[in-house]
Design a protein around this ligand. Structure first.
Ligand SMILES: Nc1ncnc2c1ncn2[C@@H]1O[C@H](COP(=O)(O)OP(=O)(O)OP(=O)(O)O)[C@@H](O)[C@H]1O
Length: 269
């Protein structure tokens, strides 16, 4: 049992109004060929909350988060078993409409990956692909999403310039805006700030706290202070297993497992 000196989160357990579970993960196993990368994971993902996935390199965090919107389908050797129940269906069912799934469950990656197109096209191309044709509607959604991520004032005069001319932090906020344009319910973020400077990272953290008012957020992070600052729930992964899951304040202040305590106190990882 360890006590961190720093205040790990700006809430206590009793301040959280626990939201309903939106995604039920049950006995999920993921393999790359014979490598059993994720082992028998079961956990809830609560709606309009931030759930952080932490753990040392190679413990399966990215593999697991990618499975929630079937991004692992793109890896030929990947195979997944178990149930991830969302809206009454199993996300892992091969018959599920993956395009619809990825609209509902968007993803943002470690390296900002805007399309090498204009800022406007970054928001509007996925919308056009999804069938939105009305110019006024396209313009409104573009403005709303860029405002939501706090980018509108910075880019409104250069919407037709290349997105690759933006700073890393701006690009990452654009990628979040692009995901929001498709009106998702859930946003998955795989180490969204690890390639950014501290000021840009802090803006993204503020944005994530704002996002959870309207969206369910799942984030992989190597930065334990970040998990402690923003997450309502934290899951500690180690060697492919989910060692501990709980309220962030409990997990950081009163970890139940020795390996959790060792990891969050920096004794390994
Ligand atoms: N595309 C892939 N093909 C084959 N094996 C993979 C692939 N991606 C990950 N793995 C393997 O799956 C296991 C878990 O890796 P994963 O990247 O999910 O861990 P992680 O916790 O996200 O690590 P990191 O924090 O370094 O990103 C590792 O053994 C890794 O080598």
């Amino acid at each position: 049992m360890i006590q961190l000196e720093t205040k790990v989160a700006n809430f206590t357990k009793k301040d959280i109004t626990e939201k309903p579970v939106q995604i039920h993960v049950d006995k999920v196993n993921i393999y790359y060929g014979t490598n059993h990368a994720v082992k028998d994971i079961s956990m809830p993902i609560h709606e309009k909350s931030i759930t952080a996935l932490i753990g040392p390199s190679g413990c399966g965090k990215s593999t697991f988060i990618r499975t929630i919107n079937r991004m692992n389908d793109l890896i030929p050797s990947a195979r997944c078993e178990g149930t991830i129940e969302y809206k009454g269906a199993n996300i892992l069912n091969p018959k599920i409409d993956v395009v619809q799934l990825r609209k509902a469950i968007g993803m943002v990656f470690q390296q900002p990956n805007p399309f090498p197109k204009s800022i406007r096209e970054n928001i509007q191309l996925p919308l056009k692909f999804a069938g939105v044709r009305n110019k006024k509607e396209l313009q409104e959604i573009t403005e709303d999403c860029l405002k939501y991520v706090g980018l509108w004032d910075e880019v409104k005069d250069r919407l037709d310039r290349s997105a690759t001319g933006l700073s890393g932090g701006q690009q990452q906020r654009l990628c979040i805006a692009r995901a929001l344009a498709l009106k998702p319910q859930v946003i998955l973020l795989d180490e969204p700030t690890s390639a950014l400077d501290p000021v840009s990272s802090s803006k993204i953290e503020e944005l994530l706290l704002q996002l959870k008012e309207d969206y369910t957020v799942v984030i992989v992070t190597h930065n334990m202070q970040q998990a402690a600052r923003i997450a309502d729930y934290t899951a500690f992964f180690y060697q492919g297993e989910l060692v501990e899951f709980g309220f962030t304040s409990d997990l950081f202040n009163h970890p139940e497992k020795k390996s959790t305590a060792d990891y969050i106190s920096g004794r390994f990882g």
